[in-house]
Design a protein around this ligand. Sequence first.
Ligand code: CA
Length: 228
Amino acid sequence: MTPRVLIVEDEAQILRLLRAAVERGGYRVTTATTGRDALHLARASAPDVALIDLGLPDRDGIELVKQIAELGVTVIVVSARDGVSEKISALDLGAADYVVKPFDTDELLARLRAALRARAPQAEKGGVINLGTAILDIEARRVMQGKEDVHFAPKEYAVLELLARHAGRVITHAQVLRNVWGPAHETDVEYLRVAVRALRQKLEPNPSRPTLIRNEPGIGYRLVTPEV
Ligand code: CA
């Protein structure tokens, strides 16, 4: 079925641009220009993804992020606000990704595809995830490159599994640290950097130009599964 995308944007010109881009990507589009309409449409039409502007006339889009994400809709924020703290609060409230205006439409469509792949049933059930150079079997806690097992330190594996279970989403440094090292280490970003460096050495075709575990500078990481 054609995925459905709800676009929430109050500026007519940007709305036109977004709609054209998303339709070009082959998706069905509905639009809203206020938070109130957006919430109504999200409940009534159950879109797969919502692109949400934060500066809306009737409410702060940040509230809407939480409300719409709670409905099971994948939220991508599309905002001119480019502050790291804004991005982190949107992600902490349930946004899967964050695109800063002015946006590149190809990049936006790539993020949209990644977010939709993450909604695929296999990733949700925690089955087998294609990492490009390797296959991650979550049930078996195993990573295979061809017939060979790839070995990881326990924390490295835990970081990989967390990112893979949320493939396509940006996971903040604090979210990973809390989950893998515990709440006391929420700010020990260096631990995480070391683990990610090791993962990239083992899994990226070119570890200095990562395509699987991408940086979101100052914010966190996003695991992007290859498009098939
Ligand atoms: Ca706006």
